[in-house]
Design a protein around this ligand. Structure first.
Ligand SMILES: [Mg+2]
Length: 173
């Protein structure tokens, strides 16, 4: 499993229940409000800085997601996707990657489609049972509460670069 994580070049991320706790708050205008974990965001930035591309693939559509992605420097954002498998396959082919270089994180049944295209299947502690059963790695943290940070750190640790990152960031602060 550690070898698999070390070779990852592309990470597909679901949003609701992964980057958030899955709750969707609507304001009077019907606009969505979501809460993100700041540590997840920093983890993703570190991951991208180390050459791992992060792509968002979500079934819903919301401006909040586009905004958060822009903030984090995630360029590929695919919203309103009913067939996640098709999108993932297209993106993998475009990059000429092998399945073993692809990881994905999802928490619910539609994400099993992404699982089929990925060599490393990751989920969060509070994911649907069927998803947990198919996953190679389950975070100890819940979606929206540091699960993505845990994944980013794990991948970077498997690549052997976490101690150096931690040291560099500490001396910066
Ligand atoms: Mg989800």
């Amino acid at each position: 499993m550690e070898d698999k994580a070390a070779g990852i070049k592309l990470l597909f991320l679901d949003v609701d229940g992964v980057l958030t706790d899955g709750r969707i708050t609507l304001n009077e205008k019907g606009e969505e409000v979501k809460s993100f974990d700041v540590k997840d965001g920093f983890g993703l930035k570190l991951l991208m800085r180390h050459g791992i591309e992060v792509v968002i693939v979500t079934g819903r559509r919301s401006r909040v997601v586009a905004h958060r992605a822009r903030e984090l420097g995630i360029r590929e954002v695919h919203q309103g996707i009913s067939d996640k498998r098709l999108v993932c396959r297209r993106l993998i082919e475009k990059r000429g990657l092998m399945k073993s270089q692809v990881a994905c994180v999802g928490d619910d049944l539609p994400d099993l489609a992404m699982f089929q295209e990925s060599g490393l299947r990751i989920t969060v502690a509070d994911a649907a049972r069927e998803v947990r059963e198919e996953a190679d790695f389950i975070t100890s943290k819940r979606g929206g509460y540091g699960a993505v940070r845990e994944i980013c750190e794990w991948i970077l640790k498997c690549r052997g670069c976490w101690p150096r990152i931690a040291f560099t960031e500490q001396s910066r602060g």
